[in-house]
Design a protein around this ligand. Sequence first.
Ligand code: GLV
Ligand code: GLV
Length: 362
Amino acid sequence: GKYRVVSTKSMPGTRWINLLIQNDCRLEICTEKKTILSIEDIIALIGDKCDGVIGQLTEEWGEELFSALSRAGGKAFSNMAVGYNNVDVDAANKYGVAVGNTPGVLTETTAELAASLSLAAARRIVEADEFMRAGLYDGWLPHLFVGNLLKGQTVGVIGAGRIGSAYARMMVEGFKMNLIYFDLYQATRLEKFVTGMFLPTYGAFLKASGETPVTWKRASSMDEVLQEADIISLHPVLDKTTYHLVNKERLAKMKKAREAILINCSRGPVIDEAALVEHLKHNPMFRVGLDVFEDEPFMKPGLAEQKNAIVVPHIASASKWTREGMATLAALNVLGKIKGYPVWFDANRVEPFLNENARPPA
Ligand code: GLV
Ligand code: GLV
């Protein structure tokens, strides 16, 4: 291969490998056993000559790594993730390295995990499973693990981009929930789905059968969502403006501060996790489903002991199809930049180079 490409981790599937090796690249996949590589580990991987790197969200891509990559002649870096809060895009610009991410292919998979956590929290599935395995079930009881009926309740979506919109659609269509969303941008496709497809068909059917049809609205503030929703799911990007977006005060403001459900499949620091642990302790019927944590891989003290928390290890995009797709997109990002290909994929689905677009609003 003419170009040297490094992947800091082994990734699912073979398509991404074939794409690179059939297009003039020599691919080196790091086999280091420890999960999180240090900056020094990655600088050693980059070495003296490296044209592009595929990296992971556990790595801090800033000045040190982009200057090392640029010294090695590198022009391209792709995160194998849609989120890129671990990447300093300004530093990449400074060193002339293009940065890619992997949106599109993980939208539905991530939304499906948010929906899974919503149902698991509403119906207390994890607690009930633990109860069964502990041999505590000694007969059906009217009060045993009573949870929430989603139908007719209100789902609140904070951040209605690709993932938030897909989640909203699932909850409205699948469970006939009312919708309230907050986003700086209007979620045009989501609104079209609700008003153009859902309400005229199933909505009309509900009305005709004398049932309450689904309602929806775009909130003018985040607090409006907190005050009206029974389940809230967080889907913003993590940046300065969304750090600790959910804090002590906002938890107290929730309509059902004592018994609402909060889901986070975005990034851990969007929630003040220590404040959340306190809130969970004082409100046993308040439930959370968390895929991400403030200090990954750690949980804040006390969280693991809370029965009203469901915690999973950052697996929202973990379906085979999606992970293979993410690996393929990451390879295409790097290969495209190295070879100077025009962008050939659907611009509505992917933003291959973050330096040129996809910046969060100031
Ligand atoms: C995963 O967290 C991602 O951003 O893709
Ligand atoms: C419960 O199992 C019921 O039949 O109502």
